[in-house]
Design a protein. Structure first.
Length: 224
């Protein structure tokens, strides 16, 4: 932003808001930004982008999403978004199969693999479908475990242990991103080999991570 003349605290103010993993709070947060008449809304997850889209048809909205923005109803097409939304699609669904393949290679005797998803995520069913398709490709069975709140983590991991699964894939989710330390600690406590999309998860005790470089999705380079 500095390269284009915008300096925080001098000629631009950045308001930071978080639903802290509670997706039901997003509509109120988006409505508050509209009442403040902000110049632009930046969302870092599909649920936030959908809430912002529902709140305004005039304020520009810039999103980053891990899935298909056309299929999700954010834009009309990739080449001509239309409306007041534009952004970047990471299309990370294809990485689900790679994470399963990595677990298979590291743990070849793990016949059953659990997938932890957040049922409150708009992408939950799509993530689950991708996981099932990937599991079929590598010849493994998956067990679906759900957790949409911190209070549900212990129950989810107890289920994983009781089902004697050999490994765990944690589906990408903004709420899970905010709880990486706790998720990593739980995998250590229950001795569950697990993989997630962020390297911070492996640093917190998880076995593996495989995903994109998150800061890079906010960088845009142009040639003069």
């Amino acid at each position: 932003m500095k390269e284009t003349g915008y300096i925080e605290g001098q000629n631009v103010v950045i308001e930071r808001h978080s639903a802290e993993g509670h997706y039901d709070r997003l509509p109120a947060l988006a409505a508050d930004l509209v009442r403040r008449q902000v110049a632009v809304i930046v969302s870092t997850a599909l649920a936030a982008a959908l809430a912002a889209k529902a709140a305004t048809t005039t304020i520009p909205i810039v999103f980053t999403t891990a899935t298909d923005p056309v299929k999700d109803g954010l834009v009309a097409s990739l080449s001509r978004p239309g409306g007041n939304l534009t952004g970047v699609s990471l299309l990370t669904g294809e990485l689900v199969q790679k994470r399963l393949e990595l677990l298979r290679d590291v743990l070849p005797n793990a016949t059953g693999i659990a997938v932890l998803i957040n049922p409150n995520n708009p992408n939950a069913e799509q993530n689950l479908q991708l996981a099932r398709e990937a599991a079929r490709v590598i010849g493994r069975q998956i067990i679906v475990v759900k957790a949409g709140a911190i209070s549900e983590f212990d129950t989810a991991f107890q289920t994983i242990v009781q089902r004697r699964v050999g490994a765990l894939v944690i589906a990408g989710d903004p709420f899970f991103n905010s709880q990486i330390e706790q998720l990593g600690a739980l995998t250590v406590r229950h001795a569950v080999p697990a993989i997630y999309q962020q390297r911070e998860f492996a640093a917190a005790g998880g076995l593996l991570s495989y995903g994109i470089n998150l800061p890079s999705r906010y960088l845009c380079r142009t040639n003069s």
